[in-house]
Design a binder for this molecule. Structure first.
Ligand code: BTN
Length: 252
């Protein structure tokens, strides 16, 4: 473990840097089961992940030493399990805050918690919660942030900070800004601040007529809200429809 000089109270005060690991989320999970919870805000980062995980069982691929592949351990025992999407909102806003510290290009949160610049993904978030009764207990927040990668297998759908700013960024500096942003949003969540307005203000395609796919059906609608359960509310033909995470996708 390395002690840091980041200007935070707890997020990133303890950082473990790994050269290579299957997945930083897996590593934190193993730490939890072998040694119990580490200090709140502990960070695990890896130069390279050999089996990085994305949402819905997808893989997260990133070249060694180019991007941030990092997991945060956060105590979330003040979040009701039924309100757990509020945690997603806080984390998405934190990643958004971090990115907009470095550039002014249009950066949006693509529901539920991807971060996009234009129509291209710049960051992905994988949150894994442990429950305790009606509340969360703690959470592993995995973040993959494209920082200095310049070549992508899928150039039409991926982008990096470096491609936007036209200069290489210092990964340690990006991590510092991310830790500061995460701590700020975490403390807001803990204090009971309602983040709905800010989440909607920064939501990809909010209130913009767009095409969506549900099963094989493509329909036009516009996002009007996120409901209490974190479902996407799309108004289509004057009717509001609420969609769970796997039930709808954007037609980009
Ligand atoms: C997604 O967009 O599907 C989520 C991607 C999350 C990737 C990060 S990289 C660090 C952490 N470790 C993992 O195995 N996954 C997350």
């Amino acid at each position: 473990m390395q002690n840091n000089t980041f200007p935070t109270l707890f997020v990133g005060q303890s950082i473990q840097k790994l050269t290579e690991i299957d997945s930083t989320n897996n590593f934190l999970k193993l730490m939890l089961s072998n040694y119990g919870p580490p200090a709140n805000g502990t960070v695990i980062m890896a130069d390279h992940q050999t089996a990085g995980r994305g949402q819905y069982g997808n893989k997260w691929l990133a070249p060694a030493k180019k991007n941030l592949t990092v997991s945060f351990f956060l105590k979330t025992d003040f979040v009701l399990a039924t309100n757990q999407f509020n945690l997603n909102k806080a984390i998405s806003l934190a990643v958004h805050d971090c990115l907009t510290h470095f550039f002014t290009e249009d950066c949006k949160i693509k529901w539920p918690n991807d971060i996009y610049v234009g129509n291209k993904k710049i960051a992905g978030i994988l949150i894994e919660n442990r429950l305790q009764g009606k509340y969360l207990r703690d959470s592993i927040i995995g973040i993959g942030l494209n920082v200095n990668q310049t070549e992508f297998y899928d150039v039409n759908h991926a982008i990096s900070m470096c491609l936007i700013t036209k200069q290489e960024l210092d990964l340690q500096k990006v991590l510092e800004i991310l830790c500061v942003a995460l701590e700020k949003r975490y403390l807001e969540l803990q204090a009971g601040k309602n983040l709905d307005k800010e989440y909607l203000q920064n939501l990809f395609r909010f209130n913009i007529p767009s095409l969506f796919r549900c099963n094989e059906d493509v329909f036009e609608g516009r996002i009007t809200d996120i409901d209490n359960m974190g479902r996407l509310v799309i108004e289509s033909g004057n009717i509001n429809r609420n969609f769970n995470i796997k039930e709808v996708s954007f037609v980009l």
